[in-house]
Design a protein around this ligand. Structure first.
Ligand code: ATP
Ligand code: MG
Length: 459
């Protein structure tokens, strides 16, 4: 099944080698099976099923993206993304278990129990010079792609990729890897290089700046100078990205096991402030060092949990990332609130969380318990009486206590306080009552006696 352009997906025969000004070869370098280390044994069974069924129906079928990249690096890919020249409707006909999704890009999800293999049709080029594509594509004024539903060839599909190492195509027809850019070489030298003109690619999709940071952190790659340089100037374009999409990116940046490194790089490339503006302001101020040490300790904790396959939650992650801003604002609001620390904290929580949700989103199911957990921080200081005892019963106690330990570990809360709460949890109920001091019965009775005359006066 040979196609226009002189290339053939099945034989890999190409008629011409041409280099475009953007550094794209119109014909790929085809690396045969014997010359690369990708073995089918390391590709998921379900992805192989999808690839073979497409191939047997005479369609082109490739794995692209992180799957190929990570296999070449000897790592375990998270998932395998399949690309093909079959159109979504054709994919749906081939797979009973396929569902078409997406409005911006139509994709097929082929489901095998809980596992999903994503199958995309080759897309037409994103650059405006691409032939015949301009009418079907919408760009915002800043150059951001808003809508795109044009199918194309594998050569054009390259433009749907960000970095050269993410644009390597593994062909199921003969197990070769197709490289239209410098992907193979960049894997070897561990370099992250954007395909095409970096400034233009960042304007098209500012999230690529965050992806550069994420992959640099995760893979330990260096960012090529041309790819790195525009980031410092273009960060503000992240303001145009919908909050829900930034939420997804924040989770990928900080909950994939490389959070500390991602944070360092985000600061280095001046991007952190576009994600967490108020926290970035604190980091730049006089209490910056302490805030930074809390964030680093929190992220290191998350990285360790990911490495140990323990669950992580956006509630705790966001708590770590917004706490310095909440604390700073609470201090600032204190005089206005007549010195009432609780009210100042409540108001600061409300404002900072609201601002953060507008910027990077945080679903209510995370933000509500996060606020509760942060509001409990002050209550740890009240160790006496029933309030102290009730803390242990609070449904956010565990999370709040973990957060207290984190604060103590970087000197933001007294270690003695954290130790006290650690110890009290190990005591019997009787011993706990003694530790909390005056019992439940004594205090309320005194209060009740004071209130009764007032109620009588009214009635
Ligand atoms: P991982 O899944 O390990 O995080 P990945 O490279 O597979 O990394 P995905 O987000 O799963 O990343 O995307 C799959 C592929 O789609 C990428 O490798 C890249 O080729 C392409 N891609 C994804 N997002 C973008 C984007 N914003 N701009 C350009 N290409 C993209
Ligand atoms: Mg992926």
């Amino acid at each position: 099944m040979c196609r226009r352009g002189g290339g053939c997906y099945h034989t890999g025969l190409y008629s011409a080698f041409k280099l475009t000004p953007d550094g794209i070869f119109l014909s790929p370098t085809i690396v045969p099976r014997a010359e690369h280390g990708i073995s089918r044994a390391n590709i998921s069974e379900n992805a192989l099923k999808v690839l073979y069924r497409l191939k047997n129906a005479s369609f082109a079928a490739f794995i692209v993206g992180g799957g190929v990249r990570d296999l070449l690096l000897g790592q375990h890919p998270k998932d395998f993304d399949v690309v093909t020249d079959a159109h979504p409707e054709q994919i749906k006909q081939l797979f009973r278990n396929a569902r078409l999704i997406g409005r911006r890009f139509r994709l097929a999800h082929v489901r095998f129990g809980r596992d999903i293999v994503e199958v995309a049709t080759f897309r037409a080029a994103a650059n405006e010079d691409a032939e015949g594509a301009a009418d079907d594509r919408a760009h915002s004024q800043s150059g951001r792609i808003l809508r795109d539903n044009v199918y194309g060839t594998i050569e054009e599909d390259i433009w749907r990729r960000d970095f050269t190492v993410n644009a390597l195509y593994y062909n199921i027809a003969d197990f070769s890897v197709w490289d239209f850019t410098t992907g193979f070489e960049d894997i070897r030298t561990r370099t992250l290089r954007l395909i095409g003109d970096p400034e233009r690619r960042y304007r098209e999709d500012p999230v690529r700046m965050l992806r550069a940071i994420r992959f640099a952190a995760k893979l330990g790659f260096s960012i090529a100078p041309d790819t790195a340089e525009p980031i410092l100037e273009l960060g503000a374009h992240l303001r145009d990205v919908p909050a829900a999409r930034l939420f997804e990116e924040v989770l990928k940046l900080f909950q994939s096991g490389y959070g500390v490194r991602s944070f360092e790089l985000l600061e280095q490339y001046a991007l952190f402030g576009y994600l967490f503006p108020s926290t970035a302001a604190v980091l730049a101020g006089e209490h910056g060092a302490q805030a930074r040490s809390l964030i680093r300790a929190g992220l290191a904790n998350t990285d360790r949990r990911v490495a140990e396959d323990q669950p992580v939650t956006p509630m705790f992650l966001y708590a770590v990332l917004v706490w310095p801003a909440i604390k700073a604002l609470a201090e600032q609001l204190l005089p206005q609130m007549g010195g009432n620390e609780n009210e100042a904290m409540d108001e600061a929580c409300h404002r900072i969380v609201g601002e953060q949700v507008a910027r990077t989103s945080l679903p209510k199911r995370f933000s509500a318990p996060m606020r509760e957990m942060l509001m409990l921080q002050r209550r740890f200081e009240q160790r006496q009486g029933s309030r102290g005892a009730r803390m242990l019963e609070h449904k956010r106690f565990r999370a709040a206590y973990d957060f207290l330990l984190l604060r103590a570990s970087c000197g933001e809360a007294p270690q003695e306080l954290a130790d006290w709460w650690t110890e009290v949890q190990g005591l019997t109920p009787g011993e706990q009552r003694d530790s909390f001091g005056p019992s439940d019965e004594q205090r309320p009775r005194r209060r009740r006696r004071r209130r009764r005359p007032r109620r009588n006066a009214v009635g």
